[in-house]
Design a protein around this ligand. Structure first.
Ligand code: PA5
Length: 443
């Protein structure tokens, strides 16, 4: 993976970047030495769990068991409890279905909304299929996944029989607390632990992400290797001028100070769409606090150049863009020759779409730079487990540094509770009745 921030010029000057390097290096050191804010949530930086062979083998074994039992595995979870796995599975899967490599079940993600139609339609498509479930919730009390789990559990009981439930549901949750932990114990589900010191949005390299990814048939050890190599090349001992994690965190911080309040994560490969969703949570939830923070947004190119392109080129100049570019396409397609050339495309005949897409990318970056949209560029050699592991590690570390540069605690999310309190009060959840009366007066 290669990072380039040279196209943040002229908005950023090289000397400003150099000037911020010592402070950024201190932020990185604070992460490693656990001296900064939120230092009890830095377990994701400790790679020893990634090399816990027993844990990796248990995950692979559980994935194989589920694969043999079921042709659909429903992953129930919300926020950090599903976005990482979905990002990786979608990036590695066929574009037109979420069907993983042969002999592996289809992986569906549910429990991220309370839409009645969504659940009803899920039950429709599960009909007649052999179903298993990976239920993921660190707190074990989150409403959306808890509701979805009730439906899936009931489906499994009714279709496969009560005795099958404990074979077909695997729980990933806190080591000792929460409703899911209690249910897993009572019902005898196989269980994996989300470490206490790893927050949801940093949990993709724990069983939270690794089990669904393994179920879908992908190589979690290659991901681990990618994380490890990225970790080595961006550690504290690496010179700040050579450390891509620091370069990204510095560029975003300086751009923010200059009024670039929105970062667009752009891809030229639709397989990265869900990766952007994972990234948005990572940065949005980590930095959006104390009335500060870059708003993380995402676009799929060239698709969105035909909808958002106008704003990006000429709208309010509050944007900068981080483009993830994938060098090598795993499959080939060249433009066919047409006898009549009525669409005027014969000048492209025989040329690979990879080349055409690359020219679209370069043209877009230059146009946006001319339009006052600074560009950060990330080049991935190809979309595979190893490179996704690298990218995940890169963004997580840069997020920690970036949060510290901004002066916030990147590892808490106090604001997420506000809607929950109101919803519970309006629904009459025991303990919240009084607030409900107050809220109803405001409606
Ligand atoms: O990053 C976070 O902490 C959140 O997005 C949580 O992952 C999300 O709210 C789900 O929480 P839980 O896993 O407790 O159900």
């Amino acid at each position: 993976m290669k990072l380039s921030i040279s196209r943040t010029q002229p908005t950023l000057q090289p000397e400003e970047i150099v000037a911020l390097q010592p402070k950024a290096a201190e932020c990185l050191e604070a992460l490693y030495r656990k001296t900064g804010k939120g230092n009890d949530f830095l377990g994701w930086l400790d790679l020893s769990s990634l090399f816990d062979t027993k844990l990796l083998n248990d995950i692979k074994h559980s994935a194989q068991t589920l694969s043999k039992l079921a042709d659909v595995v429903v992953v129930v979870g919300i926020g950090g409890s599903y976005l990482g796995a979905k990002a990786v599975i979608e990036a590695l899967s066929h574009s037109f279905s979420l069907i993983a490599p042969s002999n592996h079940p289809q992986v569906l993600f549910v429990g991220q909304n309370i839409s009645e139609e969504y659940i009803a339609e899920l039950l429709e498509i599960l009909k007649g299929r052999s179903v298993a479930c990976v239920a993921i919730s660190k707190s074990g009390t989150t409403t959306e996944p808890a509701i979805a789990l009730r439906f899936i559990k009931k489906y499994i009981e009714q279709v496969h029989g009560k005795d099958e439930v404990k074979k077909r549901i695997v729980a990933i949750t806190d080591a000792s607390h929460g409703a899911l932990k209690k249910m897993a114990e009572e019902e005898g589900y196989e269980t994996f632990v989300i470490p206490d010191d790893v927050g949801g949005r940093f949990s993709v390299m724990t069983p939270v992400g690794l089990l669904p990814i393994a179920v879908a048939g992908f190589d979690i050890e290659r991901m681990v290797k990618g994380v490890y190599d990225m970790e080595l090349s961006t550690g504290m001992e690496v010179a700040p001028s050579d450390n891509s994690v620091l370069a990204y965190a510095i560029a975003r911080n300086l751009l923010y100070q200059k009024g670039k309040k929105i970062e667009l994560l752009a891809n030229f490969n639709p397989k990265l769409r869900s990766f952007a969703e994972w990234w948005k949570q990572l940065y949005g939830e980590s930095e959006g606090k104390d009335s500060k923070g870059i708003f993380p947004a995402s676009v799929d190119y060239t698709t969105d150049l035909h909808s958002m392109g106008q704003y990006i080129q000429n709208g309010e100049r509050i944007l900068f863009e981080t483009v993830i570019s994938v060098t090598e396409s795993k499959k080939m397609a060249a433009v066919p020759m047409a006898n009549d050339d009525s669409d005027g495309l014969n000048y492209l005949a025989g040329r690979r779409l990879e080349e055409i897409n690359k020219m679209a990318e370069l043209g877009t970056i230059l146009a946006h730079a001319d339009g006052g949209v600074p560009n950060i560029h990330i080049e991935m050699p190809k979309l595979d487990e190893y490179n996704l592991g690298q990218l995940i590690c890169f963004f997580e570390k840069a997020c920690g540094v970036s949060g510290y540069l901004l002066g916030v605690n990147p590892f808490d999310q106090p604001g997420v509770e506000a809607y929950k309190r109101n919803m519970f009060a309006l629904l009459g959840k025991p303990g919240f009745e009084k607030d409900g009366e107050e809220l109803r007066k405001r409606l």
